[in-house]
Design a protein around this ligand. Structure first.
Ligand code: SF4
Length: 397
């Protein structure tokens, strides 16, 4: 499905009161959507066409979230980001309206910062987006799009890169951690600019809120600095400040331990449970999961606080069940084999609807690609609007 949008009046020619009217009464300006196959465009998107405001017609804040295309997602992605994305997407205010506009970005350019290998990038993208959709990301509510397919990301990245010093980027603690963790001998120019590209991603869609893990907080701070610097240097003739400084929002479960007991579940560490794992896979993987190493025999008293499986119970089992498991583990009444079986059942119960929905999308991979193409078409419109505003403020063109 393809859309083209037409307006009979250019935004740049409007006075401020009229411009405000545009947001409130978009139809006054004959805002038309012409559909090549005569189907209505998603109603949720229609309300959010203009990016000249930091809020849409409904006064909603905008959230931009993204992931690098790493293929099938694991439970760490789910609890650390995805379920939070779905919650924000579906959150309603007291009047029953959606609280946020949500945009979901596939950060494929960002993946080049740590690997130049691109053979699998498309299949990884499809696998990842299939997981997003299966977990509840709704393309009728939220555009889903690849960074590389919206050229304005690269354009705004270039402009943003002029607004921050190299020494500021070299001090970025996240970069230092990455260099240490990945044993990197040297850092590319693009890798140094990782947070600048992230800033361009956020500012391009005028994101007000950025859901992040704690390790990404310094990047949001860099985005805020770049937005401030731009507004100080350039003012739009009608709007004044072009960018609002986005606020970080720390996700509830930022980390899920790996099956091997390591702090973080990660593909590179080979300690993951996938979102698409069948109940048998879940059971088999959990059987090998690290528990309290001092609980050797079934009736030995255990220490749930050091046990990976217990941390999964805390996330996937009911509060009553968690309390019972904690008590029985400490007393020695519960053995690890039974405990793991209960944990597998709890995880599979939560994954069951996701697996079902995933199978539907996996049966027609073309539909996932169509969703991407639609999202990218929409994202380009929004990005173009911001870049026009940027160029007007900079008196370019
Ligand atoms: S009984 Fe359960 S919580 Fe206790 S150590 Fe074994 S697996 Fe962990």
């Amino acid at each position: 499905m393809k859309y083209s949008f037409h307006t009979n009046k250019k935004m740049t020619t409007l006075s401020k009161p009229l411009r405000n009217c545009f947001y409130l009464y978009g139809n006054c300006y004959n805002f038309k959507c012409i559909l090549q196959n005569n189907q209505p465009e998603p109603a949720e998107w229609r309300r959010t066409l203009s990016t000249r405001s930091d809020h849409d017609v409904m006064g909603r804040k905008r959230i931009l979230s993204g992931m690098r295309p790493t293929g099938k997602l694991h439970l760490g992605h789910y609890t650390g980001a995805l379920e939070n994305w779905v919650e924000r997407q579906n959150e309603l205010d007291a009047s029953g309206n959606r609280m946020y506009e949500t945009y979901f970005l596939i950060a494929d350019y960002h993946s080049l910062t740590t690997s130049l290998e691109t053979d699998d990038i498309f299949s990884f993208t499809i696998d990842m987006v299939t997981d997003w959709l299966a977990a509840g990301i709704d393309p009728e509510k939220s555009p889903i799009f690849r960074q590389s397919q919206v050229k304005e990301h690269a354009e705004l990245f270039l402009i943003c890169s002029m607004l921050i010093t190299a020494s500021r980027l070299e001090r970025n603690p996240t970069l230092k951690d990455q260099v240490r963790d990945l044993n990197m001998a040297a850092v590319s120019y693009g890798h140094l600019g990782y947070p600048v590209l992230q800033a361009a991603d956020i500012l391009l869609y005028k994101g007000n809120i950025v859901p992040v893990g704690e390790d990404q907080l310094p990047h949001v701070e860099i985005t805020r600095e770049i937005a401030r610097r731009f507004n100080k240097q350039y003012q739009h003739p009608l709007n004044g400040d072009v960018f609002e400084e986005p606020e970080p929002k720390i996700t509830r479960f930022s980390r899920l331990a790996g099956l091997d007991g390591k702090m973080k579940m990660s593909k590179s560490l080979g300690n993951t449970m996938l979102l698409c794992d069948s109940p048998e896979d879940v059971q088999n993987k959990l059987r090998k999961a690290v528990t309290d190493t001092e609980k050797i025999r079934k009736n030995d008293p255990g220490r749930p606080e050091v046990c990976t499986v217990f941390s999964y119970h805390q996330r996937f089992s009911t509060p009553d069940s968690v309390a019972e498991i904690e008590r029985d583990c400490r007393s020695g009444a519960l053995g690890c084999v039974d405990c793991k079986k209960r944990c597998s059942a709890a995880i599979s119960r939560e994954l069951s609807p996701i697996l079902e929905k995933r199978a539907e999308y996996a049966a027609s991979p073309g539909s996932v690609k169509d969703i991407l193409l639609e999202g990218e078409h929409y994202a380009r419109k929004a990005a173009d609007q911001t870049m026009r505003e940027v160029r007007e403020a900079m008196q370019l063109g």
